[in-house]
Write a protein that binds this ligand. Structure first.
Ligand code: PHE
Length: 344
């Protein structure tokens, strides 16, 4: 019987060694240790042994069972580890592979300039308004003291849609609309950025579509000195504290008096150079005191209310600020151009 037990142990350990998966291992376990297993069968025969032999064989049988169980457990753990290793290997991620580049978008330079200007004017108490790009002849011209057949209409060559509808040529109709909305009762302090359209032939300095920002302040006792102060603050914030401004007399039908504002040339510091055409000054925007007729048409009594207005072109401001020589760059969407200004 001892030999039988030793043979079973040997056979079992041999069988376990060659097992390659958990299922077969389980079968081997049942084959030896199960109810109908070979070790169990031998142990059943123990009854026939003499009382002296029984404890000896019993102890040996326990040792054999322990040895087989240990071998089974070891094998099981080994198989588990192997399975895990295989899985890890199959699922390996090569963290050293370079990633696929993700292209970052960014704001268009004009959007950034407009947002900077908005921030500045919001800080001075202006609200930001919008108006339609398809505008009526009335708001684009008539309400701004430009009746039909007024010669100054030629200053802004217009895309007409019908006799009464057009693509706005400037953002000034938004001042007329806002004043009308406020019914001649409330003060108005607004800026309005937006796209405008003119029948120009596109070249380095002209585009049939460009941007403007209109500003309007109407209240009691608004004076030209207020306009000058606001414009000076704007110029210094946009172009640098060391910049000077000057106002030159000009003409717009909707302002009286009208001015154009220049800033001192940064390139030459006022000495005269090619950027400022030897004048030492660069023209930036048009402005003036709101014409009494414009106030009146919008329902504001010019005897009580006065106001100033200005209009500027973010395209031109961006070109001056960054030395961009062609306005078409803003609208032709060449990424090589646009991405240069994402972080600037
Ligand atoms: N609307 C004028 C233009 O487009 C600019 C401007 C606005 C001038 C407001 C004076 C006051 O040329």
């Amino acid at each position: 019987m001892k030999e039988q037990l030793m043979a079973i142990q040997e056979e079992a350990l041999e069988a376990i060694k060659s097992v390659e998966d958990q299922k077969t291992l389980q079968e081997v376990k049942v084959g030896f240790l199960g109810k109908k297993g070979s070790l169990t069968a031998v142990l059943r025969g123990m009854g026939k042994l003499s009382p002296e032999e029984r404890p000896v064989v019993g102890e040996l049988a326990n040792q054999v069972r322990a040895a087989i169980t240990e071998a089974l457990e070891e094998k099981s753990a080994q198989l588990e580890q192997e399975a895990l290793n295989q899985k890890l290997e199959a699922e390996t991620i090569d963290v050293t592979l370079p990633g696929r580049p993700v292209e970052m978008g960014g704001k268009h330079l004009l959007t950034r300039i407009i947002e900077d200007i908005e921030d500045l004017f919001i800080g001075m108490g202006f609200e930001v308004r919008e108006g339609p790009e398809v505008e009526t002849d009335y708001f684009n011209f008539e309400a701004l003291n430009l009746p039909k057949n007024h010669p100054a209409r030629d200053m802004q060559d217009t895309f007409y849609i019908t006799n009464e509808l057009l693509l706005r040529t400037h953002t000034s109709p938004v001042q007329a609309r806002t004043m009308r909305e406020y019914k001649g009762e409330k003060p108005v302090k607004m800026i309005c950025p937006g796209k405008v359209y003119r029948r120009d032939t596109d070249d380095a300095t002209h585009s049939h579509q460009f941007t403007q920002i209109e500003g309007l302040y109407v209240d009691r006792n608004v004076r030209m000195s207020d306009l000058k102060g606001v414009l000076d603050t704007f110029a210094k914030s946009m172009f640098g504290e060391d910049r000077q401004i000057r106002l030159r007399p000009s003409f717009f039908p909707f302002t009286e008096p009208s001015v154009e504002m220049d800033i001192s040339c940064k390139m030459c510091g006022g000495e005269g150079c090619s950027v400022c055409k030897q004048s030492g000054w660069i023209e930036i925007l048009g402005a003036g005191m709101v014409h009494p007729k414009v106030l009146e048409m919008a329902g504001y009594d010019p005897a009580i209310y006065s106001g100033f207005a200005f209009g500027m072109g973010p395209d031109r401001i961006a070109m001056l600020k960054y030395g961009i020589s062609d306005i078409r760059h803003f609208y032709t969407n060449d990424k090589r151009f646009l991405t240069q200004y994402h972080q600037a």
